[in-house]
Design a protein around this ligand. Structure first.
Ligand SMILES: Cc1cc2nc3c(=O)[nH]c(=O)nc-3n(C[C@H](O)[C@H](O)[C@H](O)COP(=O)(O)OP(=O)(O)OC[C@H]3O[C@@H](n4cnc5c(N)ncnc54)[C@H](O)[C@@H]3O)c2cc1C
Ligand code: FES
Length: 282
């Protein structure tokens, strides 16, 4: 199995710890970014690509990736799309309110072997949130990587996350391309699926590491596009979503073939993921 090695970060808590919402930013009509802080005690170190189990007290608990913060900061940043009861409660919690946090869990994006390589980051919709720490890491240590491309696909312009930030990434020397499925009257940019951006992205396939997050069908076509251009399957990483309960490898809810995705994922190399995703009845 070619899943990237889990980070060496220890799992810190089996029970949720209370965190305070210190800021809440409305990103789109259904998506909110929150910053969370502990009132006492250190923050657990998170790696890009890992997730936390977030509790809306009295309602439930869901896995949500880290979209910022982490080891060097004093806050956890999560970008959450409201799709059901728990995510609606989390996104609706006002600053000063409390949510539960346990984790970190799962594998990270494993940026180590991207040193000296071109980096291609492909996001679909909310998938840009778990990839944001990869971009921030590349910006913080720009000389460590070759060309860095961020390719973003969203359904409509209203679904685009981090608009101002995307412009600042471009100003800092990252190739940022955005495409929408359905333009509105004000949209003058690219129209089409995110894979259509691959052809115009500049990278050397043999020395590229690619990170993909979005709906599974989007990740499948993106990985195929990258393979066609010559990026090796073990240098293409995807983040897989399955229903999670414990988040820590105990309950089996997140099983995909031989993998428990909360423990062996969510980030998995395409070389390992592709055969599992093509078997529908697993
Ligand atoms: C490892 C991992 C990381 C994740 N990271 C993030 C993240 O950073 N930000 C984020 O917003 N979400 C993320 N998710 C998805 C998030 O966990 C789910 O959206 C959440 O569990 C939904 O719970 P709910 O109780 O609010 O909705 P539910 O009541 O479970 O679902 C309500 C409805 O929404 C549908 N639904 C559920 N999840 C999704 C989804 N992701 N997209 C579209 N429809 C959905 C359901 O099928 C159902 O119809 C992640 C999931 C995993 C496994
Ligand atoms: S969610 Fe329980 S084993 Fe993965």
């Amino acid at each position: 199995m070619t899943a990237p090695a889990a980070t060496s970060v220890a799992t810190t808590a089996a029970l949720p710890l209370p965190y305070r919402v210190v800021s809440r930013r409305v990103d789109t009509y259904d998506t909110v970014t929150v910053e969370l802080a502990r009132d006492s005690g250190p923050l657990p170190p998170f790696a890009a690509g890992q997730f936390a189990m977030l509790t809306a007290y009295g309602i439930g608990e869901v896995p949500i990736s880290l979209s910022g913060g982490g080891a060097s900061g004093d806050r956890l940043v999560h970008t959450i799309r409201a799709v059901g009861a728990v995510t609606r409660a989390l996104t609706g919690t006002a600053p000063g309110g409390t949510v539960g946090v346990r984790g970190p869990y799962g594998t990270g994006w494993n940026l180590r072997d991207a040193t000296g390589a071109d980096v291609v980051i492909v996001a679909g919709g909310i998938g840009l949130a778990p990839l944001r720490p990869v971009v921030l890491a590349a910006l913080a240590d720009r000389a460590r990587y070759g060309r860095v491309s961020v390719l973003v696909g969203v359904r409509t312009p209203a679904d685009l996350l981090y608009g101002a930030e995307l412009r600042s990434w471009a100003d800092a020397g990252i190739d940022v391309e955005v495409t929408v499925d359905r333009p509105d009257g004000d949209w003058s940019g690219h129209v089409g699926v995110v894979t259509s951006l691959l052809a115009r992205a500049a990278f050397d396939p043999a020395r590229t590491v690619a990170f993909i997050c979005g709906p599974e069908v989007m990740m499948r076509f993106t990985a195929q596009g990258l393979l066609t251009r010559g990026v090796p399957a073990d240098r293409i990483r995807v983040s897989l979503e399955r229903t999670m309960r414990c988040g820590a490898g105990w309950c089996g809810h997140c099983q995909l073939g031989p993998l428990l995705l909360c423990r062996d994922g969510p980030v998995v190399d395409w070389a390992g993921a592709e055969p599992l995703l093509s078997v529908r009845e697993l």
